[in-house]
Design a protein around this ligand. Structure first.
Ligand code: UD1
Ligand code: UDP
Length: 388
């Protein structure tokens, strides 16, 4: 097997979690073949948005932390590009691994492809078909800068084909002759791997929060469309509060700092009112093991997160999606996730349906066999075997 140097770029919470699936498999099976250099852009920096995952998921501390932090899209992305470019010039990796659709992904894709380092994109091909989402632009541009593209679902693979990518391309693969794969989802690998560990390591977590199994609803909200429009955010939360009271069920909300910041600065009185409600528990972001426990033991999930939507499926929970559209269309087609936008009537209808539903929902295996990271790393090594 060849000896390759792989630059693993992370920045936002979900990417750190995703990278743990890759790091774990490198350590376990490929430590003689792959040297992994971790670059953290610093897009997320609060302890509970970053360090907690490195500690808990046993990821190597980043070899580089660019410390970019929060800023507008242009400034944040350009600072990342500058920092990543410097690392690329110094490290001269064989390839650059990117996850998902954040500004860190886009910065990595632009910096690497312009310096002719092969880009490998995990979670390729996802599309919301809504280009007002910053993530949609990031995805499209990252995919079209990539040499190997790993699509996690049938829908994502078909999207790539519709954009002109061809599965029949043969090696050597380049940015002009990219290879697309249909794989599973590395987050499914992670959920399987960490579910048992979560039970062991966090045995008292639910009890400490006074939560009883199957008797609370897990809510996360962080998407810019929901947090930056305060009327919309308030309407969602008023609707949820009313539903909690009518159904006498606890809403547990580990909120992203972005959402807390909006509540504190723009909806101060309403935030106080929410905190007074005994059926609403707003807490800071939790660790991934804690999140798994919440997902596994809740009654239903309400979210605008991409990752949490999928995890609702892994843990067989109905999911209400606070968005107009989703990239994970198989969940909606399956009837176990419902798109409600921020419409109070739709939120109410789906909430009431799910909470009272006597029908046992079906959760087919859309996301692979739990060994997707292994498959991806073998394919990366194969590319270099042919090259060297
Ligand atoms: C980013 C991604 C989004 C992803 C999300 C995962 C982009 C364009 N968006 O959104 O796709 O779903 O990460 O969580 O890349 N903040 C803190 N502490 C932190 C990080 C952020 O307080 O550690 C606050 C800051 O006020 C910041 C705001 O959150 O301005 C937004 O952070 P940013 O990284 O720009 O976007 P996210 O909303 O986190
Ligand atoms: N997550 C977490 N703690 C939290 C909220 C989310 O560990 O308090 C995890 C969640 O389980 C999932 C990932 O973070 O694996 C999703 O990240 P996020 O919702 O921030 O972003 P998205 O997936 O929408 O890009």
């Amino acid at each position: 097997m060849p000896h390759i140097k792989l630059l693993n770029i992370v920045g936002a919470r979900p990417q750190i979690i995703k990278a743990s699936a890759i790091s774990r498999v490198i350590r376990r099976y490929f430590s003689d073949d792959i040297i992994e250099i971790i670059v953290h852009t610093g897009q997320h920096y609060d302890k509970e948005m970053s360090d907690v995952f490195f500690d808990e998921l046993e990821i190597h501390v980043p070899h580089y932390n660019l410390g970019v932090g929060s800023a507008g899209h242009g400034r944040q992305t350009s600072m990342m590009i500058t920092g990543i470019e410097e690392v690329l010039i110094k490290e001269k990796p064989d390839c650059v691994l990117l996850y998902g659709d954040t500004n860190s992904t886009l910065a990595g894709a632009l910096a690497a492809s312009k310096l002719h380092f092969p880009v490998i994109h995990i979670e390729a091909g996802l599309r919301s078909f809504n280009k007002t989402m910053p993530e949609e632009l990031n995805r499209i541009m990252s995919d079209h800068s990539s040499t190997l593209l790993f699509a996690p679902t049938n829908a994502a693979f078909k999207n790539l084909m519709a954009e002109g990518f061809r599965p029949e391309n043969s090696p050597p693969y380049t940015i002009d002759n990219p290879k697309i794969y249909l794989t599973g989802d590395i987050m499914y690998d992670n959920s399987l791997f960490f579910a048992g560990l979560a039970e062991k390591k966090k045995a008292t977590f639910l009890k400490n929060l006074a939560l009883s199994i199957n008797n609370f609803v897990l809510v996360t909200i962080h998407r810019d469309t929901n947090t930056d429009d305060i009327e919309r955010l308030k309407e969602i939360l008023v609707t949820l509060k009313t539903l909690a009271e009518e159904n006498n069920i606890m809403l547990l909300m580990p909120l992203h700092p972005r959402t807390i910041a909006t509540l504190k600065s723009k909806l101060e009185n309403f935030y106080i009112e929410l905190k007074k409600c005994s059926l609403i528990k707003i807490i800071p972001p939790v660790s991934f093991l804690e999140m798994i426990l919440l997902e596994k033991n809740c009654r239903m999930i309400i979210t605008d997160s991409g990752g949490v939507q999928k995890e609702s499926h892994f843990f067989k929970k109905p999911c209400i999606v606070l968005r107009k559209e989703t990239e994970w269309t198989e969940l909606v087609n399956n009837g176990t996730a419902k798109l409600v936008d921020a419409d109070p009537m739709r939120i109410r209808n789906e909430f009431v349906n799910f909470i009272n539903s006597p029908v046992k929902l079906d959760y087919p295996g859309f996301y692979g066999d739990g060994k997707t990271a292994e498959f991806i790393l073998r394919e990366i090594l194969l590319m270099f075997e042919k090259d060297k």
